[in-house]
Write a protein that binds this ligand. Sequence first.
Ligand code: EPU
Length: 339
Amino acid sequence: MLQVTDQDLTSFNTLGLRSHARAFVRCESADQAPALSDLADHYQNVFVLGGGSNVVLAPELDCLVIKVETSGVRLLSETDDAWIVEAQAGERWHDFVEYCITQGWNGLENLALIPGTVGAAPVQNIGAYGVELDQRFHGLTAWDMRDRRLVDMSVQDCGFSYRNSVFKQAEPGRWLILQVRFRLPKAWRPVLDYPDLQRHAVLQAAGDRVTARQIFDAVCEIRQSKLPDPAVLGNAGSFFKNPVVSAAVYERLRKEHPDLVAYRQPDGSFKLAAGWMIDRAGWKGRHMGAAGVHERQALVLINGGGANANDIAALADMIRADILARFGVQLEQEPVTVA
Ligand code: EPU
């Protein structure tokens, strides 16, 4: 039986923004999906909440908020060359990654310690340290809230790109992601291209004998040294995407800023390190009211205590305007704003 209540969401979003939902329901089993569709008919919009680690929640939400709390991980199948592992959407992403490593199902180690749930991971196509979710993704099962049916979606159906997917872009609230499947090749190859990993002493010393566990540990250590723990300091990870610009724009910027940090993309464009630009513009460690810029990672906005979505939006707008004026580059927000 589904129970709709009102709910304070302050502790359900990692930014810790003060937010209140008028209608809140927990989804504890995938079987509840049809009943959730019936319920959703009474509301104008639906918002599916996972770990709340990539959202900016308005102070008052009128939509139906569905919090996914399902659990379970299983080895779905094993072929000669891969393991197919399936996790329920409500599983904590990091715990799932660690469990896979413990089982010897390697391949997700670069994505260690990313906050949030398994079901939220495909929404923004999470990525870190040289690996993006779509590279390990096998498929998912979602409940289509509009057409009231279960759908299996392949990597193509999900329309993944850099921190984006059909779930984030088109018709938010339509898909209730229930299970996500990963294809983890048995012929494991470490991904160590990211500068922070190349510099890491343990990984350097291990050389060709490096293990997935060592990479997992290194990624945890690097993230802990740079990124604030949401349990201690409210944040939603990177607040802006790293903008992708043409080679011509990159060349112009590099002439003006020889130490600009940028990564060449396979199609010849360049991904600029937004954190470097925001840092260079002098924002690191600055506060505006209750919102601030983290002192070690300028791409991370923080809640200094008691902030709401308007405080964060005001600071983000000022940063965006400043980066546009200084570098001629438009920053795009990464977390989803829920109003
Ligand atoms: N930098 C600065 N000053 C800063 C921050 C960064 O100079 O204040 C420079 C760094 O020195 C480095 C470059 O900018 O040369 C890139 O910084 P970093 O390696 O910390 O990564 P990022 O580009 O800021 C991205 C992802 C992170 C992911 C890391 C590691 C995006 C929007 N962010 O951050 O993802 O963990 O790379 O792969 O793509 C997230 O999406 O929430 C997230 C944390």
